[in-house]
Design a protein around this ligand. Structure first.
Ligand code: ADE
Length: 326
């Protein structure tokens, strides 16, 4: 196997293959299973679905489960990979009956490609223009029944005509610590690594309530047990791994602590505008908004207000605790 492939291989091994193995997102799972069951009874393709939420919460996994449950082929693309509307038209016209088309990062679809999607989603029609200039004419092609599953981290960036064409929209939430611990327990078993409850709960606490992050920490902890010839991931090992990765006990990375310190000490806890924060931190606005802030807000460390970002007392207390520790 080539270098660098091992981790990604593990990711697909850890991905739940059955609903019974999928932990958390209970409401979404319940609703999806009902939609699928009804479609099966009516012998129809599952309605178009939209999943939105933070990265790493299982949107792709859910799409795989929907396809598997309906025994449908699954095609995965990302919004930014579609350069021209013709690319999407070609793709749609090659779909098989019942096929599931998963478009990740759907907010990155260009507007011309979106236009192609509307009639395809609504009435399974593909409108294409053949020829150029005065000889150009429009033709309409019938598409087979198919299911579009779109995923996005930025619901606000999806156009409303697109949003309105989904039969169901699911907001994936952060997992709770017990669910993450359960996911870690399952993953550890699959990877054949022993971990005690202490070790698992330390990793769970640093997982940002996100399975992908939890599994990443577990992989690094597993590396550590191999290198140090340890029998299992205990509390001590888990803590050491976090500290090697410069991740604190609640999963914050150095850049996020730096961001909190900036707001606390340079901007007097805010309110500070996102542009100012971007300039002062040197981080990209999109990364701040899509990666760092959602978790900081979930922790109750940060608030977005009309006048800017405001730091909460809990964040200051955390920074102080970290300072004492170091
Ligand atoms: N691995 C990643 N996400 C998972 C989930 N929701 N349940 C079980 N294992 C997972």
């Amino acid at each position: 196997m080539k270098k660098g492939n091992e981790d990604r291989n593990i990711d697909s091994i850890l991905r739940p293959a059955k609903w019974e193995e999928y932990i958390g997102q209970i409401k979404t799972k319940e609703n999806l299973r009902m939609i699928i069951e009804a479609a099966k009874i009516r012998n129809e393709a599952v309605d178009h679905l939209l999943f939105y939420g933070q990265a790493g919460l299982g949107k792709t996994t859910l799409a795989t489960l929907v396809a598997r449950e309906t025994a449908a082929p699954l095609r995965i693309i990302t919004g930014s990979s579609i350069e021209k509307s013709g690319d999407l038209a070609a793709l749609l016209s090659s779909l098989e009956e019942g096929e599931v088309l998963f478009i990740d990062e759907a907010h990155r679809l260009n507007p011309a490609a979106e236009e192609v999607l509307y009639p395809a989603m609504e009435s399974r029609k593909l409108h294409i223009v053949i020829g150029k200039g005065t000889g150009a004419h429009a033709v309409s092609i019938d598409l087979p029944p198919f299911t579009l599953i779109a995923a996005t981290t930025r619901f606000d960036m999806l156009s409303s005509p697109l949003r309105s064409r989904f039969g169901a929209i699911f907001h994936l939430e952060f997992y709770n610590e017990d669910e993450i611990a359960e996911i870690l327990r399952r993953s550890a078993k699959i990877l054949g690594v022993k971990a005690n409850e202490d070790g698992l709960s330390i990793l769970a606490r640093a997982s940002r309530f996100t399975p992908r992050t939890a599994n990443r920490l577990l992989k690094r902890a597993r590396d550590y047990t191999v290198v140090k010839n340890l029998k299992s991931i205990d509390g001590e090992a888990a803590k050491t791994v976090l500290s090697l990765m410069e991740i604190d006990e609640i999963g914050l990375e150095p850049v996020e602590r730096k961001l909190l310190e900036l707001i606390a000490f340079k901007f007097g806890k805010g309110p500070v505008g996102i542009r100012t924060l971007t300039a002062a931190s040197g981080e990209e606005q999109a990364t701040i908004e899509e990666v760092y802030e959602p978790y900081l807000m979930k922790l109750g460390f940060l608030k977005r207000t009309p006048t800017g970002r405001v730091l909460e007392e809990a964040a200051v207390e955390h920074l102080m605790r970290e300072k004492w520790r170091n």
